[in-house]
Design a protein around this ligand. Structure first.
Ligand SMILES: C[S@@+](CC[C@H](N)C(=O)[O-])C[C@H]1O[C@@H](n2cnc3c(N)ncnc32)[C@H](O)[C@@H]1O
Length: 221
């Protein structure tokens, strides 16, 4: 797992280009994945949500748009600065998902999108998010596509296309890390096994998004 200092520096260094690169690298598709994630959170009647690893605030803004009371936190001051500039009426704070200052059960639910694989400990992150939430922890994260042919094409494209774009933007090693961590991350059943091993969730489930490029995990407390 990466060190907190490495992650904080990485995201501070790409914060002002993060949104542009996200749109380019996913061809804008990340918005439909994020909207699906937020729809699930809304349909479970959550009124107050903590969005951890909020980055530049996309998920927090989509939740806010659904009239959900949201607080966004992130380790990187650079990312939080961009979030604050983009969305003035949402509360954002610099904080570590592994060590939250919030009381137990303060939120109905917590969410973490494309952030959990960057934390030093997935287990500690889930435990801390469950501690501050009454009902659910929702995770959106990259994973391994289920179809073998699609998986090979997707991983080939990722390894070719993303480092080239990273190079153009002068951030080759940062983007290499982001690809490697996505490929290595335990997805679908493996992630559920990990969550179940913590013995804090009474029900766990997952949904593949876009053939398994990403997964949404719903962990019920
Ligand atoms: C790939 S970005 C995702 C941002 C946003 N959720 C999105 O979907 O666009 C990952 C974010 O996780 C944050 N992060 C990594 N480890 C963290 C931790 N322990 N606590 C809080 N934020 C963390 C990084 O600073 C970065 O902003």
């Amino acid at each position: 797992m990466p060190s907190q200092i490495y992650i904080k520096d990485l995201f501070n260094s790409i914060s002002t280009k993060y949104d542009l690169l996200n749109n380019l690298l996913s061809l804008g598709l990340h918005w439909s994945w994020k909207k699906k994630f937020v729809r699930m959170i809304k349909n479970d009647n959550n009124r107050k949500v903590l969005d951890a690893a909020t980055g530049t605030g996309d998920i927090a803004a989509l939740l806010h748009h659904e009239n959900i009371n949201v607080t966004g936190i992130d380790l990187s001051p650079g990312m939080i600065e961009v979030a604050n500039q983009r969305f003035k009426n949402i509360t954002f704070e610099v904080a570590d998902t592994l060590n939250l200052k919030f009381d137990e059960n303060l939120f109905d639910a917590s969410s973490i999108a494309f952030g959990i694989r960057n934390t030093e400990s997935v287990e500690e992150a889930l435990t801390e998010l469950a501690r501050v939430s009454k009902k659910y922890v929702y995770v959106l994260e990259f994973g391994t596509p289920q179809n073998k042919v699609f998986k090979n094409v997707y991983f080939f494209m990722m390894k070719k296309f993303i480092p080239t774009l990273g190079k153009i933007f002068g951030m080759k090693s940062s983007y290499q890390y982001l690809i490697d961590s996505s490929i290595k991350f335990p997805s679908d059943k493996k992630f559920i096994e990990l969550a179940d091993s913590l013995k804090i969730f009474k029900k766990t489930s997952y949904k593949a998004v876009f053939g398994g490029i990403c997964y949404i995990y719903k962990l019920e407390i």
